[in-house]
Design a binder for this molecule. Structure first.
Ligand code: S3P
Length: 434
């Protein structure tokens, strides 16, 4: 058993609507992982405020400590003092449930002298790693694991890496980031290209730390090997738009509801799902307040009547994590919605096409799946008990459906991987029994 399969939540309808300002949405998961890892590329302490205290990102922080960093933490304020040289850990490095943790550490450690074993929970140990191990092996990395290096535990023998020119077959920020981290330890300039720009926190943060990473007009990213340690990170992690999106959907589907999410990253590669919700009929405003590695501000979502159906087939990498929650909006919209080109959903924390379909079917919603997507015919959601299958985003998406009709969600401990206070915020707008 992992993640406490027996924990469950019952969410009751919010019949009178609600108006809340969420200034405690979980800090961004992608940026928090990167803070833990990139601080190791400096020779001075990095100061991070509002670090995500979720299981996934705390695992990344633990791994930084196992590699020799001194980590001082008071709540979400973390100082990470890197060692002069990353050291060989005396134990395996446990990434828990985090694909980001495992794939990025793979790229980072492939070029570091020493032996490292990356492992994770039963879900992560079944997710494909050859998307990073294959290109890394082709530049000289020594990585092995079950299924010819595809499945964790992964054993890495770090060493010298060759420069590369690699056109990725998938638009994945995890693959891109792993390759960029490896390129920093390459023997000459490396080049990386993806078809659609995936989330670009890695490029923005490493550039901010002084790395030479540039993108030409054809989308090729040129990465120069590090000549010296980078400047440390100084930042307050913004709120996570993917976590905020559960409450965006909550506002969009509940009459008389409004949610304000404060200090969230407004990076265009992260807020595409909000644009889709807007297209479906929700009233959404974006207020940019500052720029720290990326634009940051508030998003205000107001219920504006019954939602309309939508077809989602472009810029999929920009909303891949939000599709389960967007599917709840589709389930109550007028008409038939379609999601296409989303086969990546099959290899997330669960097969999210299958888990969204089984959850919606339990709720009496007509839906149909195909290899890389699905259709949902909007209707009236029926009260149901939905299994999260250990997937945090499935648990939270169906909990939000509970605002309209009573929902039971089983196996909810996985929510702690990315959004430990999710149910506390939900309790602020409706009755929840845990
Ligand atoms: C992430 C990238 C995305 C996303 C994941 C976090 C990241 O995965 O789904 O939750 O932090 O780089 P892919 O890069 O596999 O698309």
């Amino acid at each position: 058993m992992s993640h406490g399969e027996f924990k469950k939540a019952t969410v009751f309808p919010a019949t009178d609507g609600f108006e809340i300002t969420c200034s405690d949405i979980a800090p961004d998961k992608s940026i928090s992982h990167r803070c833990a890892m990139f601080s190791l590329l400096s020779d001075r302490p990095s100061h991070i405020r509002n670090f995500l205290l979720g299981e996934d990102t705390l695992n990344s922080l633990n791994i930084a400590a196992q590699l020799g960093a001194t980590v001082e933490r008071e709540g979400g304020t973390v100082t990470i003092t890197p060692p002069a040289r990353l050291s060989e850990p005396s134990d395996v490095l446990d990434c828990g449930n985090a694909g980001t943790g495992m794939r990025l550490y793979c790229g980072l450690l492939a070029g570091v002298e020493g032996s490292f074993i990356l492992t994770g929970d039963k879900y992560l140990r079944n997710r494909p790693m050859n998307r990073v191990t294959k290109p890394l092996r082709s530049i000289g990395a020594k990585i092995d694991g079950r299924d010819n290096g595809n499945l964790a535990p992964l054993a890495i023998r770090g060493g010298t890496l060759k420069a590369f020119r690699y056109e990725s077959p998938i638009d994945s920020a995890q693959v891109k980031s792993a390759l960029i981290l490896a390129a920093l330890r390459g023997d000459a300039t490396s080049y990386y290209k993806e078809e659609l720009l995936s989330r670009d926190h890695t490029e923005r943060m490493l550039r901010g730390m002084g790395a030479s990473i540039s993108t030409d007009e054809d989308g090729w990213i040129a990465i120069e090997p590090l000549q010296a340690p980078l400047a440390p990170l100084e930042l307050t992690v913004p709120a996570d738009p993917s976590s905020g999106f559960f409450f965006a959907v909550a506002a969009a589907i509940t009459p008389n509801a409004r949610v304000t999410i404060t200090d969230v990253t407004l990076n265009p590669t992260r807020i595409e799902a909000y644009k889709m919700l807007e297209k479906m009929g929700a009233d959404i405003r974006y207020i940019t307040k500052e720029d720290l590695y990326e634009p940051i501000g508030d998003i205000v979502i107001t219920y504006a009547g019954k939602l309309r159906s939508i077809t989602v087939e472009e810029n999929i990498a920009w909303l891949i994590d939000e599709l389960p929650a967007l599917s709840i909006a589709m389930a109550v919209a007028e008409g038939r919605s379609t999601v296409k080109n989303a086969k990546e959903l099959r290899v997330k924390e669960s097969d999210r096409i299958a888990t969204v379909m089984s959850g919606l079917t339990a709720c009496g919603i007509e839906c149909d799946d195909f290899e890389d997507g699905y259709t949902i015919t909007g209707g009236e959601i029926r009260s149901a008990s939905v299994d999260s299958h250990g997937d945090h985003r499935i648990a939270m998406s169906f909990a939000v459906a509970g605002l309209l009709i009573q929902m039971e969600i089983t196996d909810i401990a996985c929510v702690d991987t990315s959004f430990p206070n999710f149910f506390d915020i939900l309790k602020g707008i409706t009755k929840v029994e845990l």
